[in-house]
Design a protein around this ligand. Structure first.
Ligand SMILES: *Cc1c(COP(=O)(O)O)cnc(C)c1O
Length: 404
């Protein structure tokens, strides 16, 4: 072997061994049944409390019916990028439906939330511009910031004063300013101070981009998200949301002005240089939006279940962060303890995923439980029994960097 050449296999082995040492090696768990509150893993049936299928739409037969009908009419694949081989009817219909739902002039589909965020931020900002990003923003927003090659300013989580000071300090700098934030944060379930962010954006001539991945389908009068819930639709220039979580499909969108969408069609590389979503996925997503809008009892039910589980877990001695969406972060703190608890839950038939750094800050490892509208009261009993009494009852209070 040439001395200057890195030994790839050895490097990979060492990297994996490193992860093992830190107990941070992740593995895939194979599921052998359709999604639902219960799934088959390793020949066992487990209560799944780890999906983002909040409205229980992934397995809804109406979505499959819509997809089947579209498959019959349009076939499987889109064949190419929409700019190359023509843009299919189902994509346009879904975009019109999203724009109507969100109350914007237009919307553009992306193949995932990841594509939407990296493509949009990099299309809007470049060298000489500034992107302001909440410290706990989703990885895809972070990567969008990096890819843009704009200057990145990270403000402490939800700290509006700190962001105001940053904008103030940059007030004389030339270039565009973009403020980006999750609306509901995926790991803490808390909400961005959107009204204050709108005020700041307006005062400083900045644009605000909001990622509604975990609020879509759950908040707002028609399930459109937190922006609509707070009545801020006219003040948020770039509204991104996903179709793969509460809506149970796949893909994502950006909604905003006609001009914004035209620019993204031309400049968002993750839109231009990728094969479009299968038309059947677009057809199913349209059905999913109809259901999310017209069956509000689904979001009410899952929110009520989550509130009940949060209350009972706390009464049992666990520290659970507050929130309106069905994400329950049960704080443990230590990595190894978190994974031991996850293993104990798994043995008891409850699949709730342990979340560790780098996904969350050091010292804030947790079990992230999520519920769906298809869970029921018996499932809550099973989850509570699997957890048993928590550290606040047993006297071993977790020391974490997150306050509840
Ligand atoms: C899941 C998620 C994404 C990515 O969306 P995908 O469609 O799964 O790629 C983006 N932003 C946030 C906040 C998310 O939680």
């Amino acid at each position: 072997m040439h001395d200057d050449n890195p030994d790839w296999p050895a490097w990979i082995e060492a990297s994996l061994a490193d992860l093992d040492r830190q107990t941070r090696r992740r593995v895939l768990r194979r599921i052998d049944s359709a999604r639902g509150p219960r799934v088959r893993i390793d020949g066992r049936e487990l209560l799944l409390c780890a999906s983002n299928d909040y409205l229980a739409l992934t397995a809804d037969p109406r979505l499959a019916d819509a997809a089947r009908a579209a498959l019959g009419q349009w076939g499987m694949g889109a064949g190419a990028s929409r700019l190359i081989s023509g843009s299919m009817g189902p994509h346009h219909e879904l975009e019109s439906r999203i724009a109507e739902w969100k109350g914007t002039e237009a919307a553009l589909l992306f193949n995932s939330g990841w594509h939407a965020n990296v493509g949009t931020i990099a299309a809007l900002c470049g060298p000489g511009d500034r992107v302001y990003s909440d410290a706990l923003n989703h990885a895809s927003l972070i990567d969008g910031c990096r890819l843009s090659r704009a200057e990145i300013r990270v403000w402490p989580h939800r700290d509006v004063e700190a962001l105001a000071a940053m904008l103030e300090a940059d007030a004389r700098q030339p270039g565009r300013r973009l403020i980006v934030t999750d609306s509901v944060f995926s790991m803490d379930a808390d909400e961005a101070p959107l009204a204050a962010l709108c005020d700041l954006a307006e005062r400083h001539g900045a644009w605000l981009m909001v990622d509604e991945a975990h609020a879509t389908g759950l908040l707002g009068p028609r399930g459109q998200g937190l922006v609509a819930d707070l009545g801020l639709g006219d003040r948020v220039a770039v509204q991104m949301g996903t179709l793969g979580k509460a809506l149970g499909c796949f893909g994502a969108y950006v909604a905003g002005s006609r001009a914004l969408i035209e620019l993204l069609v031309n400049r968002a590389r993750s839109f231009v240089f990728t094969t479009a979503l299968p038309p059947a996925v677009a057809a199913a997503a349209q059905t999913a939006i109809d259901i999310a809008e017209h069956e509000p009892e689904r979001r009410r039910r899952v929110q009520a279940l989550a509130a009940e589980l949060r209350k009972r877990l706390r009464a049992q001695g666990w520290t659970v962060l507050p929130g309106r969406v069905p994400i329950l972060p049960v704080l443990v703190g230590d990595d190894a303890e978190t994974m031991a608890l996850a293993a104990r839950l798994y043995a008891a038939g409850v699949f709730g995923v342990g979340i560790r750094p780098p996904t969350v800050p050091e010292g804030t490892s947790r079990i992230r439980l999520t519920l769906t509208a298809a869970h029921d009261e018996h499932d809550l009993d099973a989850i509570l029994a699997a957890f048993g009494p928590g550290p606040n009852l047993t006297g071993r209070v977790a020391e974490t960097g997150v306050s509840s």
